[in-house]
Write a protein of this length. Structure first.
Length: 289
């Protein structure tokens, strides 16, 4: 019989500890909660499972896989997000791969020297961790753990020890509380600070921070940006919080949403001065509007 409950009574962190200590193999599924008129054993409104929100797979107490419904976890998307494939390469692969699964695609990409095995494992591992850290901040939602179930035969599994994940997740939960005080919603928008031009000249942004910069515009909500750059809620909030604390951007109420175009990925190394000048010109253009 599967283990079932709600994250408000038994948190994701507690579930990870249970799996780690008991060395369990199985599949944890987390759902959106649909509130009913009934009360549960804790005298709170009972929730029944709605749409599937995420899946986390384990093998003998190790984390091996994770996917989220609002995030593309296909190998093409994961490598694109990691900067190992640019947007055009990702688009072409999606058109050509047909029914080819992640494992088959991985073999072809390695054989064609697009990426190395190490590139694939590192990108998949980071994607798994990003999803799990985001899920550890959830306050509620029905869940079900099925023993000895797997996420599928064609997904790429990367074994990850759970104890460091639990420790880092705890740190991030505390950090998320501080971030939520500044960014309480994904429906806010961003704009460049008044003195951002001068500050950008002396700052070195990360690859993920550069992905956000082209979309800084009061017309774009954070929710829209998150979908375009294929990041989790926690991940994009951390990046925006960092840029805000550095005085580079400000958080404002959202205006009427617009459809955001896809932008080419930034390189994995720090941008060169010409690219920085492009960003500065974006700032000037937005300020003149």
């Amino acid at each position: 019989m599967p283990l079932q409950g709600n994250l408000r009574d038994f948190s994701t962190t507690q579930l990870l500890n249970l799996v780690n200590l008991s060395k369990r193999t199985g599949l944890l599924t987390i759902f959106d909660g649909i509130t009913t008129n009934e009360l549960d054993a804790m005298k709170q409104p009972k929730q029944i499972p709605g749409a599937e929100r995420a899946r986390i797979a384990f093998h003998q107490g190790r984390l091996v896989y994770a996917s989220a419904a609002n995030q593309d976890s296909s190998l093409v998307a994961v490598l694109n997000k990691a900067g190992k494939l640019n947007n055009e390469q990702a688009r072409q692969l999606r058109e050509r791969m047909g029914s080819l699964g992640d494992k088959g695609l991985a073999m072809r990409l390695i054989g064609a020297k697009y990426v190395t095995q190490g590139d694939i494992l590192a990108a998949v591992k980071q994607n798994i961790l990003d999803i799990v850290f985001n899920l550890m901040t959830l306050q509620e939602g029905p869940f079900r753990f099925d023993d000895n179930q797997s996420p599928g035969s064609d997904v790429i599994l990367v074994p990850i020890e759970l104890e460091p994940v639990i420790i880092e997740g705890g740190r991030r939960i505390k950090e998320a509380g501080e971030i939520d005080k500044v960014i309480g919603s994904l429906d806010v928008s961003l704009k460049f600070a008044e003195n951002a031009k001068q500050k950008f000249k002396g700052v070195h942004l990360t690859v993920d921070e550069w992905k956000i910069v082209p979309y800084v515009d009061p017309k774009n909500t954070l929710r829209q940006i998150m979908k375009v750059v294929n990041m989790s809620e926690l991940q994009i909030k951390r990046i925006v919080y960092s840029l805000n604390q550095a005085g580079l951007i400000e958080i404002v109420n959202s205006a009427k949403p617009q459809v955001l175009p896809q932008r080419p990925n930034r390189p994995t190394k720090p941008p060169t001065p010409p690219e920085k000048r492009v960003v500065l010109s974006i700032i000037e253009k937005l300020k003149s509007m």
